[in-house]
Design a binder for this molecule. Structure first.
Ligand code: DGY
Length: 318
């Protein structure tokens, strides 16, 4: 009897192919209701999950003793209770390395759009309210040659640094530890968070969500930023205090923000929705066809490896 594998959302076909010899259940395109998810988990040996599903002790217990692997189709795995999995001997994997460049593209897209007021000017044009070219119309701030502050210089942070370098930007980064190779590659300089916030023209956040990084950027941190600065977040929403950010943007205490992630997705803070200087994307950081295929395939291969008694390609550490 083939083992049961649950795929919690519709994923690219490329990711289903490696799983075709299993007893496969694929749920719907939209996130499943909790009851449906728990019911579908029953008896699964492998689960290919997405960031929208809470893979916690309750889920693991609903799946039962046969659950061996949870393969999260994302680099972030804050939706998975890794300690609960470890206690039950369940292997958790993620998809690092296959989405860095695409997510860095998203961060830079938001950075450019926020700096040059693309959202606001496009909304004006589409509304039929563009009346004339004007010397003062939709004037933004330059990106090239400015100082880019990267909070979290992991793989995605480094891909953003590379883009910044291409724009002639000076790179400053804040990380738990120094990365001398990256410093050489991007002429980057390590700084404490305060210095980075006080001096950077663009602050791009690339930390995972942990107890330490929850609300890492809050009212005090925003108060340190320049009034001309732009904040970009493509990591996880709760790393930034959304209410504080909305207030800072509304009061002109920073120039603009580009956000792909939110504290309570898919809800977006109502104050942010009303702000012209917030560019808001619906968590599309890794959203290219090529990258979503790579993520799906890697997640599936992790399931195949574990269920075949082999080492998974990309297990997460506890
Ligand atoms: C991730 O990989 O963590 C993204 O947020 C989902 O693409």
């Amino acid at each position: 009897m083939p083992e049961k594998v649950l795929v919690t959302r519709e994923i690219p076909a490329a990711g289903l192919r490696p799983l075709q010899d299993f007893d496969l259940t694929v749920l719907s395109e939209a996130p499943p209701e909790r009851d449906e998810l728990l019911e579908a988990a029953r008896g699964a040996a492998g689960v290919l999950s997405n960031v929208t599903e809470g893979i916690d002790a309750e889920f693991m217990d609903a799946a039962g003793d046969g659950l061996k692997v949870v393969a999260n189709m994302a680099v972030g795995y804050d939706n998975v209770d890794v300690d609960a999995a470890d206690e039950r001997g369940i292997i958790v994997t993620n998809t690092p390395g296959v989405l860095d460049e695409t997510t860095a593209d998203t961060a830079f897209m938001l950075l450019l759009a926020a700096a040059r007021r693309l959202g606001e000017s496009e909304r004006t044009l589409r509304a039929g309210d563009w009346e004339w070219w004007g010397p003062k119309l939709f004037v933004g701030v330059d990106v090239w040659g400015k100082k880019l502050g990267i909070v979290g210089l992991g793989r995605i942070g480094q891909a953003v640094a590379r883009r910044g370098k291409g724009f002639g930007m000076e790179i400053l980064y804040h990380n738990r530890s120094r990365n001398e190779d990256a410093e050489r590659a991007f002429d980057a300089r390590h700084a404490d968070l305060d210095e980075l916030l006080e001096t950077a023209d663009f602050v791009s956040v690339h930390t995972p969500l942990t107890d330490e990084t929850q609300h890492l950027i809050g009212p005090e941190e925003l108060a340190k930023m320049k009034p001309t600065a732009v904040l970009v977040n493509t990591s996880r929403g709760p790393v930034v205090n959304e209410e504080a950010l909305a207030d800072a943007l509304a009061d002109g205490r920073i120039f603009a923000a580009g956000l792909d992630v939110y504290e309570n997705e898919p809800q977006v803070h109502p104050k942010l929705l009303g702000l012209e200087n917030a560019v808001l994307a619906p968590h599309i950081g890794s959203g290219s066809t090529e990258t979503r295929n790579r993520m799906a395939v890697l997640a599936a291969e992790n399931i195949v490896a574990v269920l075949s008694g082999e080492e998974p390609k990309t297990p997460v550490g506890v």
